[in-house]
Every structure is written in C-alpha cells, then in structure tokens.
Ligand binder design. Structure first.
Ligand code: G4P
Length: 525
C-alpha cells in the first residue's frame, strides 16, 4: 500500500467527557465493534473509580495497567482506528490536554441527565485552541434526561461551538423508543440490553406511515414536529465546517445498551479527518511527505525504582517510521537508534516494524526523550502546540536532606519531563515551586522522589493564584516590569518568564497598571 493509502485509511482520535458520562463504556463498545476485544468488561480496569480518589497508589497502579489501553488500535471496515485514551481522573487533566495534541479529532460524550459538566468545558477549550473537529455523543437516553433541544443549546452556549443534530431521540427514559437518523433517513428502534445491532429500518422520509407503526402515533407526531424545528433552526450539515472545528454533529444513544454506537462509528469513519497537516516551528508538515517526522506527547514512567526506563509515546506525523532506523532528535541535536518500538493494538503491545502517519508508537527510553520532543530524518523542525497551562495549586519544594541535593535535582527534572507537574524557579533566591492541576500529584511526587531518587522533600503551600507567562513588544517595559515585580518573577522549565500572581484581583490590578505587558495563561502564545 502506498503512503497516501496508508494515511487515507487512518483515523486517530480521543474520547473526552466528564467522569461518569460513559467514556469507558463507549470505548468498550467501539472495541467490540472493531473485534479488538471479545467480551464486555475488558476495558474497565483502566477506569479510576471514585473510591480510589484519595488513594493515589491505587490510581498509579491503575495508570500502570492503563498503559496497555493508552492507545487502542483496531480495524473497522477498511479503516485503521487509533483511539487514544485520556485519564478520567481530573487530577491528571494535564495528561489529557497533551493527549489531545496527538489526535486529529475528538468524540465528546455528554450525559443527557447532567448536560455539559465542568471537565467537558475545560477539555473543549483545548479542542477549540487547535480547531479540533468534535463529534458529540449524548449518552444515557435510557434515563429520564433533559430536553434534547435544551441540551443542544447548552452545548452551544457553554462549549462555544455550533451543533447540528444528525440523529434525534424518540422520547427518553422508560418510554425511550429509539432514534431517527437524519443522516441516513432511517429509524433505529431501541431494545434495552441489546448486545447485537440490527440494521436500521429505512423510511422514505419522516412522513412515512412506517414511523407511526413502529413508534406510535403520538411519538411520531412529536418526532415530525422536532425534525421540522431542527430543519428550520439548524443550517444543513456542512462537513467542512465540522472539519474546521466550527460545527459539532450530534448523535444520541445509550452506550451501555449498545444503542446508537454503531451509527456513531459508521458516521465517524466517514466524517472524521484522516491524519492532518501539522504546524512546526518552521513550516507546516504534510503527512504525505516521504520523510518521517513525529513528536512525543506522553511519557509513562516505570514505577519500579530498579528499572528507570519509561515509555515515550510518539505520534507519527509524516512519512514512514521503521524500527531499527536512526532518527534525528532535534532538541538534543543528535541521531538516536530506535530498535525497541512497540505498536499498540487494543490491549496488547507488539513490536512494530513500521508505522504510518496517525499511528502511535511506544518507545522504551532511558532518559533521552521528554514531552514535546520532535524526531525527524534530519530536518531541524519542532512540532508546536503542546502547551503548558497554568497550574492551579502551588507549593514550594523544601529539601529535607542536604546530602541528597543532586538526587533531588535529578528527580525533579525527570518528573517534570514526564509532565507530572510544572516547576517554577524564582529569580530571587532560586526557590523552587511546583504547580499542579490536582492535589494528588504532590503525594505522587513526594513518594516517587523518595522511592526512585532517595530524596526527601516537604511541600509548603504558597499563596499563588495563577502562573502567567509574560511577554512584551517593548523590551524596555518588560525589563521595568521585572524590576518592579522581582519577588514574583520565576522561570518555567524552558526558561520562559513567568509572573506568579497572588490573587485574581491583584492580577487584574497589575494588568491594568502595566498595559504594555502581555499576560498569558498557557506557555504557548
Ligand atoms: P466514564 O468512563 O466516562 O467515567 O464512565 P463509564 O463508562 O464508566 O460510565 C459511568 C456509569 O454510567 C457506569 O455505571 C456505566 O455503566 C453507566 N452508563 C454508561 N452508559 C450508560 C447508558 O447509556 N445508560 C445508563 N443508564 N448508564 C450508562 P456504574 O454504575 O458507575 O458502573 P458499572 O457498575 O455499571 O460498571
């Protein structure tokens, strides 16, 4: 098969949702359709359950298990699908943000009872930054949920994206009858706990009396009124608008009942983009380019202190990756040999001989790679778009064992490279402050520093509201600002200047007082 054909048959995507909306269940059903797993329940082990919320060891263990399910490759019809898993636990949200940089599109799951929840809003923000195409799946229609029109309005409002329903529910909860596919003009009837999926019933159009026969007169009347409203209110579905991240097609279903999932998957393989061109520091790289290039978006450490190797996840962006070849590590300006690469197929890992744009390859690494690194066949370019977001909780790292300073430095550096947390070093006094999204990370860091690097630390809470990356078109003004706010200026891991704001009000005041300074909430601007 040619490079172009390999690219055309690939779809690399992620599923995002607020915890409990049904991401794991949907993942599992998709894998069942792809024949990648044989029975339900196989994916559950990767799920971090509520009861483990305060037990991070348990979470890490589960994260360990979930390496296998981090990337699930499977074939459906003639399409090679790469599904990238994202951690459900919000304390690991940064992991999810980064994973979203490696996908070409996203399926967003929304619980029809709860509507748009906070985690979905945050994840959608990341999608919007990159104009990632989003398909929306409204789940749990077997429950008494909110009015579908109301849900669509909420998505548009809270997620700032236009929607276009491509299927429509007929009633809900106990009286849920099924969905009408506006996309295929067919009726799909719901039977609870169905494990196999029958083809939809084709109808001429919505006026077909078959509709009344199958769902009853009153439901049919309501459906016709709803469809009329949809056709009147929403413009026709335009696939380019979807591909540009401006419109999200919406499907309804019930993942646990395997209902609406096949329709979703069928539409997905037809609509979702094949691997797309990507921006680098110097130019846009097309997947069809003959020369290989890719970037590292995730690093998973081995919890065993005796084996400090880790798995780096490489997204292939152009050309063909071949095991055993030497590739150019742009940041380190040197050539590396990759003899130990694995592909991810559902829950198994297997040695990979070659991989194509859209594929994810796991590379065993002993410390050469970090998140954001680019590999090429020699060209000096760096993939962009792997931003750090301002953390939400900040604590100063205090070294409790002066004899182990070196180990601490090394440990901190490596954990930061894995993306466990962000480190800010103050200009004055070189104080080190760690920032995280979820409080659990502090326990993880403390434990791992002790366990893997034999360094003992304590954390002292800091009164910091946000870390803002700063810049200015006027170097003189920037220097003046740094001078006047010296005590609050730090550097991030890449030596970028950061202003550590103590409160929202104070930040606002500082912004007003220094109009020449730009304050950014992500490291890429
Ligand atoms: P998540 O990965 O997004 O966190 O959600 P997950 O799939 O684990 O689903 C959360 C809960 O919602 C699960 O119940 C799951 O069975 C249920 N669920 C998923 N899809 C549907 C649906 O279409 N209808 C209904 N009624 N429920 C659905 P649980 O009790 O937390 O777990 P379990 O004991 O069933 O495994």
């Amino acid at each position: 098969m040619s490079l172009e054909q390999e690219i055309a048959k690939r779809r690399t995507f992620g599923i995002i949702s607020h915890p409990d909306a049904g991401k794991t269940t949907l993942t599992e059903k998709l894998l069942l359709f792809g024949g990648a797993i044989q029975k339900a329940g196989a994916v559950k082990s990767s799920k971090i359950k509520d009861h483990a919320r305060s037990d991070w060891m348990e979470i890490e263990k589960q994260r360990g298990i979930s390496v296998a399910t981090s990337v699930m490759g499977f074939n459906y019809e003639d399409v090679k699908i790469n599904l990238l898993d994202t951690p459900g636990h919000q304390d690991f949200a940064e992991d999810t943000y980064r994973t979203l940089t490696a996908v070409d599109s996203v399926i967003m799951v929304i619980d029809c009872v709860k509507g748009v929840e906070i985690q979905t809003e945050k994840l959608m923000e990341v999608c919007r930054m990159r104009s990632t195409p989003v398909i929306c799946f409204i789940n749990k229609l077997d429950r008494e949920g909110r009015d579908p029109f109301e849900l669509l309005d909420e998505i548009e409002e809270k997620l700032s994206i236009k929607v276009r329903p491509l299927s429509w529910p007929i009633s809900m909860g106990k009286t849920f009858k099924g969905v009408y596919s506006l996309y295929e003009k067919s009726l799909h009837l719901f039977t609870p706990s169905k494990t196999t999926v029958e083809e939809g019933i084709e109808v001429k159009d919505i006026t077909d009396s078959l509709v009344d026969d199958y769902v009853g007169e009153s439901n049919a009347r309501q459906l016709r009124a709803d469809i009329e409203l949809i056709e009147g209110v929403y413009p026709d579905f335009d696939v380019n608008e979807y591909l540009n991240g401006r419109v999200a097609p919406v499907f309804f279903g019930s993942a646990v009942n395997n209902f609406g999932v096949k329709e979703l998957l069928d539409a997905f393989i037809r609509l979702a983009p094949q691997p797309v061109p990507r921006e680098t520091s110097v130019r846009i790289v097309e997947p069809e380019e003959k020369k290989f290039s890719g970037f590292i978006f995730k690093i998973h450490a081995n919890m065993d202190p005796k084996h400090r190797n880790r798995i780096a996840f490489l997204r292939i962006c152009s050309g063909k990756f071949e095991r055993g070849n030497n590739y150019f590590h742009v940041r380190q300006d040197k050539s590396l040999r990759f003899s130990n690469a694995t592909a991810f197929m559902a829950q198994d890992r297997e040695t990979v001989e070659e991989a194509w744009p859209g594929d994810i390859v796991g590379i065993f690494d002993t410390g050469n790679l970090k998140i954001g690194d680019t590999l090429t066949e020699g060209e000096k370019l760096m993939y962009t778009g792997i931003p750090s977001f301002s953390p939400e909780i900040f604590k100063e790292v205090v070294n409790m064992d002066a004899m182990k300073t070196k180990q601490l430095e090394k440990g901190l550096l490596q954990l930061m490279e894995e993306g466990v947390a962000q480190l800010f070093t103050y200009e004055l006094g070189k104080r080190k402050v760690v920032g995280v999204v979820g409080a659990l990370q502090f326990e993880v860091i403390q434990f791992r520093l002790k366990n893997e690097y034999n360094a003992t630390v304590q954390f002292v809470p800091q009164n910091i509201y946000k870390a803002c990356w700063i810049s200015s078109k006027n170097p003189q003004k920037l220097a003046e600002f740094i001078e006047s706010k010296q005590r609050h200026i730090a550097r991030d891991k890449d030596d970028k200047l950061v202003f550590m704001a103590e409160s929202r009000g104070w930040l606002q005041m500082v912004q007003d007082n220094f109009p020449d300074i730009e304050f950014h909430f992500t490291s890429e601007f």
